[in-house]
Design a protein around this ligand. Structure first.
Ligand code: 5GP
Ligand code: MG
Ligand code: MG
Length: 202
């Protein structure tokens, strides 16, 4: 969508190519994902594992929706939360190394139903690495919810259990997704332009 159709923070006005997914559409899609998740895990407890930092908006909005369903429908999923922090990107390039740079003791996930909540699957390498780490602590089951999945030839073929939107192969920001820590304070998911990349280069 053209930028002038929606509200954009003034400080990002010249740094974006277009709006790919307006925040209202994100909200609606998350409502549906929450419903699907509650149907699968009905009555069974779930540990929602937030992959920081990019996953934090999706995580809080998804959990709010699940909590709403817990209150207002016959279905109900007891929820616990946990956090893990991974880092892989500088500018719009993957740095090669995927690092776990923080989080709780993963041993707590042993025997639990774990729902990994991630912002975006690009090549899928970060998720495969994380799943490897998680399998070692022997959860009862692992499901992955990713808000975005990129259509890219660089994909290793990994597909998440719950996917919000399939997107084209461009670098996107907003809704907690960053470019060198900028643009997390933008509600819509947008494509960054060349000027934005230059302005906020590492
Ligand atoms: P992958 O290992 O699947 O190639 O990359 C996954 C991670 O890279 C994501 O969790 C995200 O943190 C980051 N990433 C990949 N593509 C994008 C993008 O278009 N925008 C932003 N902001 N981060 C991305
Ligand atoms: Mg991520
Ligand atoms: Mg990032």
């Amino acid at each position: 969508y053209p930028l002038d159709l929606f509200c954009i923070p003034k400080h990002y006005e010249n740094d974006l190519e277009n709006i790919l997914i307006p925040s209202g559409l994100i909200t609606d899609r998350i409502e549906r994902l929450a419903r699907n998740i509650v149907q699968e895990f009905n009555e069974e407890g779930l540990v929602a594992l937030c992959v920081l930092k990019g996953g934090y908006k999706f995580f809080t909005d998804l959990l709010d929706r699940i909590k709403m369903l817990n209150r207002n429908t016959e279905m109900s999923v007891p929820l616990a939360v946990d956090f893990i922090r991974l880092k892989s990107y500088v500018d719009d390039k993957q740095s090669g190394e995927i690092e776990v740079i923080g989080g709780d003791n993963l041993e707590n996930l042993k025997g639990k139903n774990v729902l990994v909540v991630e912002d975006i699957i690009d090549t899928g390498r970060t998720m495969l690495k994380l799943l490897d780490i998680l399998h070692n602590v022997k959860p009862k089951c692992i499901r992955v919810a990713s808000l975005l999945v990129k259509r890219t030839e660089r994909s290793v073929g990994y597909k998440p259990d719950y996917a919000g939107f399939e997107i084209p192969d461009s670098f996107v920001v907003g809704y907690a997704l960053d470019y060198n820590e900028y643009f997390r304070d933008l509600n819509h998911i947008c494509v960054i332009n060349e000027q934005g990349k230059k302005k906020y280069a590492a």
